[in-house]
Design a binder for this molecule. Structure first.
Ligand code: PGA
Length: 247
């Protein structure tokens, strides 16, 4: 399975930054063949611009969220078919920042993933425990609840990505140890097998949380780690490229 290295730009940068990042990645990808698939998820206002910049490259485009219904009276929200229409092939759903600051539930995240699939997008379903939950020995229980609650039933394995992002490792510079990552990813694989059978072996499970050029190779070489979801380090062309090259 080819690794997927996904850049989540979050709510960062303006036009010039989005242009420069996309152009830099396109230039590097034209010079060097990667063994990993590359994806960038810019803020909504820049999707069209980044799609234009990336056209002719093999770098994919994704949204950072979508609504659970495909159109209607939802002020400020973005529909999955709109993302598809402007050139996206992926969408992140259930990122912990949305679960926390927008109160998104497993059920809502599953609805978003289902709508994304129906629109022809590959949902990247995010799960991850808080520090408190980990300290209380509840990490695997939380992951099980989130996977069972957020992953759409009857999905096709090659049309789904799951990202394990321990909340305490996001943007903090603290990465989970390789052993912790393997434990959780192995559990996620087992849960997915329970949901969809053997097809679960084709689902890409990404790790996210302070992935940097200097820890990427170790994390990406672990069993059941099929790529990375990169926040901060995806805002620098050289760093994101270095992570992609270590896959
Ligand atoms: P980080 O973010 O790499 O800045 O920790 C990862 C994410 O939230 O997707």
């Amino acid at each position: 399975m080819r690794a997927l290295i996904a850049g989540n730009w979050k709510m960062n940068g303006l036009t010039a930054d989005a242009k420069a990042l996309a152009a830099g990645l396109k230039r590097l990808s034209a010079e060097t063949e990667l063994t990993a698939d590359l994806l960038v998820c810019p803020p909504f206002p820049y999707l069209g611009l980044v799609a234009q910049e990336l056209s002719g490259s093999r770098i994919s485009l994704g949204g950072q969220d979508c609504h659970a219904t495909s159109s209607g009276a939802h002020t400020g929200d973005t529909a999955a078919p709109m993302l598809r229409d402007v050139g996206c092939s992926y969408v992140i759903v259930g990122h912990s920042e949305r679960r926390q600051s927008h109160g998104e539930t497993d059920q809502q995240v599953r609805g978003k993933a289902e709508t994304a699939l129906a629109a022809g997008l590959v949902p990247i379903v995010c799960v991850g425990e808080t520090e408190q939950e980990r300290n209380a020995g509840q990490a695997l229980g939380v992951i099980a609840r989130q996977v069972k609650g957020s992953v759409p039933a009857g999905m096709e394995a090659d049309r789904l990505v799951v990202a394990y992002e321990p909340v305490w490792a996001i943007g903090t510079g603290r990465t989970a140890t390789a052993a912790d990552v393997v434990e959780v990813h192995t559990e996620i694989r087992r849960l997915l097998v329970g949901l969809v059978g053997d097809r679960a072996h084709n689902v890409r499970i990404l790790y996210g949380g302070s992935v940097k050029p200097d820890n990427a190779a170790e994390l990406l070489s672990q069993a059941n780690v099929d790529g990375a979801l990169v926040g901060g380090a995806s805002l620098k062309v050289e760093d994101f490229w270095a992570i992609a090259q270590s896959a």
